[in-house]
Write a protein of this length. Sequence first.
Length: 626
Amino acid sequence: MEEWIGRRWHQFITRAASTEHDRARVHLDEMRRPIEMLFKAAGGSGAVRLRIASAQERGGPRSWLQKVAGSGTHDELPQLDADSLALPASIAVFAETGLNRDLYVWLAVMAACHVASGDWVADNGWATATALACFPGLRSRYERLLQLHLAQRPLPEQLKGPEAAAEAGIRAALMVDLTAASTADQHGPTTPARRPVIGVTQVAPVWLWLSPSFQDSSAPQPRRDGLEQQPDPTPRPSTQDDAKRRRAHHAQDESDRSGMMMFFRAESILSWSEHVRVNRQTDDDDDGQALKAADDMQSLAIVPDGQTSAGRIKFDLDLPAANQDDEPLGSGVKLPEWNWKKQILVPDRCSAQLLLARQSEPFRPDAALRLTAKRVRRRLEALRDLPRHVHAQSQGDELDLDAWVQWRTALQASPRHDDEARVYSRRQAMERSLACLLLADLSLSTDAWANNQQRVIDVIRDALYVFGEALTGLGDPFAMLGFSSVRRQNVRMHLLKRFNEPWNAQIQARVGAIKPGYYTRMGAAIRYAIKGLQERPERQRLLLLLTDGKPNDLDAYEGRHGLEDTRQAVVEAQTAGLVPYCVTIDQDAHDYLPFLFGQRGYAVVHRPTDLVSKLSAVYASLAMAK
């Protein structure tokens, strides 16, 4: 009964103390697509992902109801960092639903114009001026949001001391002449020399602005023992997925400070367990409540545990010995890598090594897979002699409407236009000139189970076998490579089939010997494949990438670095005259693949078991595109 009354009281007092307008609440899920489109259209990077903001400590006065309820201390404040745009899961700041939607729109556009310089007030003022100068149609919406937001904010006269001065400074910054401010320096905001620094927690949340990012504050700090702290390269499995980003601070490890010393009487034996030094990170089992515990914390403390060297040695021991590893073929190839912060291509930053499996047992596909391969092969063989439409001809079987419109337009623009009317199309057999290189992701993530019978690596192996059988029947030259990586100096390119090798039992044994391992340095693998395809004489050269996730590696290749480098590699492939295309089984691929390959440069396979048929269908459509 007491618990029931407590829950009811908590619900009542929290609802009474809330200043939000629940009836006008707008959720991020329903605004996700417009926000992503606006952010990119306004100039934001496609590598920046949209996330749910984490609860942060807020400032400003609290009402007596909020003090009784214990609320009004934290809010989901919008933030922008190098990898993500964090917005509240829902917004109910204003009493009208349309205004809350406008606030989402404004934050997306302003984030695209935001440049961080260290002073969050100056940064937001410059971003506001830039956004209104580039998109004057938003001015009326912004002015209405600003007017209502100023009415919600506390008056400086109602505050005391530094809080009053900080609120006055925020109001002055919000009401600045935006027309004059739109002439700010194009390289970004500058911090005024005489304006006092205003902290985020000194004032009530400014919902029209972005809060400062905590990336700088969470950077690794030097250790007190004078040793440089190195990142632990040991891959640790993640037990729970979470889209939130949380504030972190570095703390001093006090685990060695007399953990067994008790400053109380020995008779208090029940308190003995509270002072036993336990490394909970490695000694306790995960009870599934880690995310809930993290949400209840104001910030996460990061303490060096002194296990960096051990972790590095453990990871190195996981690498195969030289006599057990695949056989290297030739010397390594130096490859460049894109530095998106400096916007330059760093030469010879990566090293790729071609490898060949030492032991390849004969690959024996089951009857069902052989039947699928025969069916796909017959389907693709029909493309070999299939005639194609030839457009803009002087004679033909049917009228080419596009060519006729162009001819009539040119005739009206120049009445003396005497060129022959090439307004017909006809079907005729044409010589095929197409080469394909299939690049398969063999990273450690492919060791996951696709269903109850097969792992992802097994599905990829079946797709490679069916693809090889089908293209052998079609007659197009093709090659196959697998790739994985362990940092930039160890990009592993696994040779499965060269262009000049026939599809035989030996090649099939290489396909059957593929195994998952390590990470996905996708940009370096694409550049290596470009070198092989550029040597082909065919008119159309297709680069097919088969993967199950995003680019990642140990040495800072996670996040935006990997995405930007992969996108640059795709641009290099297109510049070289190749046709890059990605087939993936990652269900979240729509969040990043349009940035990498374009809207029409990828295909998502929703069921991994459909990868075999999807890969062949993609090849057929690309082969008929030209």
